[in-house]
Design a protein around this ligand. Structure first.
Ligand code: GDP
Length: 468
């Protein structure tokens, strides 16, 4: 494949314990040899693969740093090319000087993602695995990391390949029968194909169903905290964050604007908006806040409704509860440390009475809570986990589609599969089946990087960080 030698700083450009300058390509070892003096003498090119060497880096007669050099020969490296990694001290200036020396001796600066692109082009990983590399780097919590690592290990690729190979088998069967009708009959085949196609459809649907979880993993669950002024919304946010970020006061209506925070809630990412207290108001500024709350609510995945259990529910509560119908809602009866005036049963009765029709699906949890004492926090965690990540998808074992590109390829493949089913139902000639099967096959192929355009490949790797 491409044989020019590339180099980049693979670690972050900031003061750190260690910095790594990575070199890959046909001339990687020779380039390193020109600037590296191994302690005790000897050139890197005489060394075994997968060995580490201690010495110093020199440029223009000047010693730059004391380093360790890792030698990995093709094809046993990330890129499948000869690779040298120079572990130096992690200062911005020193890593830059070493990179400059490497460049002066024959390598060129790598483009963002070029190491991984080479790993892809040289067949070490497929495109979906390459894409997961960035997901691993960007993972902000446990679940996102687990999922990316599963994808990196090839779990998604394997599922896609299995579906593709079944489809290809059927295309081949149809084509050969059409070519040689005397020896291969397609009598009764459409029933068989119907079954096979339905099975593949189920697999694709399952992957697509997981993509909603994937979005929540990648972007976080967008959550709004609503409730009347003084119910304890800001206190809840502070308790979640474990720090005093929102201003807590006991003057009704202080949280006028909205605050947004991203937090890691036991492995789940929540993007929390604390809205101004929703209530009927004549105050112009507060009113804007109320309108915003309504807007946020419309876009949110989850609403946490904070009710003040130490006071009676009133019209304001009822009005907000109406706004929440149909959303995923957790109602916290806050201030459980004070004598209870409103109970769980009471609020549940109010909620039931206000659900207007039987069909209205209201995914709701109600329990008592104290933002002040932190009581109910575990329950809250469980409720979120249960409402979003339980059900058909086994979140810990399967790979969730987190990539929009994969999601749209799966949707396209699904559409083609549905066309095959339709053709079977309409008793169309067999060559109709194979056209749509082929489309599904090709769409699925784009996920793992088969028959994708160069432009797309460049775009994908262009979004990588330097040195990866
Ligand atoms: P917001 O207007 O809904 O944001 O309410 P705040 O978070 O500003 O809280 C209003 C008042 O209620 C403050 O004086 C808080 O200290 C108090 N408060 C909030 N949560 C609790 C709680 O769980 N128990 C008790 N006793 N007081 C609370």
């Amino acid at each position: 494949m491409s044989s020019d030698t590339i180099a980049a700083v693979a670690t972050a450009m900031m003061g750190a314990g260690i910095g790594i300058v990575r070199i890959s390509g046909d001339q990687a070892v020779e380039t390193a040899d020109q600037i590296f003096r191994k302690k005790g003498g000897g050139a890197l090119r005489e060394q075994e693969s997968h060995t580490i060497h201690y010495g110093t880096i020199w440029d223009s007669g000047e010693m730059i740093d004391e380093v360790m050099v890792l030698l990995m020969r093709a094809p046993r490296s990330y890129t499948r090319e000869d690779t040298v990694e120079i572990d130096c001290h992690g200062g911005v200036y020193v890593t830059k000087r070493i990179l400059e020396a490497v460049i002066r001796h024959g390598a060129r600066i790598a483009e963002p993602g070029e190491f991984t692109k080479r790993a892809f082009l040289n067949g070490r990983i497929d495109l979906s695995q390459a894409e997961s590399v960035m997901d691993v780097i960007q993972a902000k919590n446990k679940l996102a990391l687990n999922n990316s690592v599963r994808q990196l290990s090839g779990m998604l690729s394997k599922e896609i390949q299995e579906i593709r190979s079944v489809i290809l088998h059927e295309i081949a069967r149809i084509e050969s029968a059409l070519d040689d009708p005397e020896h291969m009959s397609l009598d009764g085949y459409s029933d068989f194909l119907q079954k096979i196609v339905s099975e593949q459809e189920q697999k694709i649907r399952r992957l697509l169903a997981g993509s909603e979880n994937g979005r929540l993993l990648r972007e976080g669950i967008s959550t709004v905290i609503v409730g009347k002024p003084n119910a304890g919304k800001s206190s809840l946010l502070n308790a979640l964050l474990g720090e005093e970020r929102a201003i807590v006061t006991n003057i009704a209506g202080t949280t006028r604007d909205t605050l947004q925070e991203q937090m890691n809630f036991n492995g789940i990412l929540l993007n929390v908006t604390d809205t101004a207290g929703i209530r009927r108001t004549e105050d112009a500024v507060e009113r804007i806040g109320v309108e915003r709350s309504k807007q946020h609510l419309a876009d949110a995945d989850l609403a946490i409704y904070v009710a003040d259990a130490s006071t009676k529910l009133d019209e304001n509560d009822f009005e907000i509860l109406d706004l929440l119908t149909g959303h995923k809602v957790i109602i916290l009866l806050n201030k459980s440390d004070l004598p209870a005036v409103t109970t769980e049963e009471e609020i549940a009765a109010v909620v039931r009475a206000r659900i207007r029709s039987e069909e209205e699906d209201w995914n709701l949890r109600i329990f008592s809570f104290s933002a002040k004492e932190g009581e109910g926090m575990e329950r809250l965690e469980h409720a979120v986990q249960e409402m979003f990540f339980s059900g058909e998808i086994s979140f810990d074992q399967e790979v969730c589609i987190t990539n929009v590109r994969h999601q749209s390829a799966l949707s396209d493949a699904l559409a083609s599969i549905e066309l095959v089913k339709q053709s079977i139902a309409d008793a169309m000639p067999e060559d109709f089946y194979s056209i749509d099967l082929m489309n599904a096959y090709e769409k699925l192929g784009t996920i793992i990087g088969e028959s994708v355009e160069d432009d797309l490949v460049n775009e994908i790797f262009g979004s990588f960080c330097m040195g990866k």
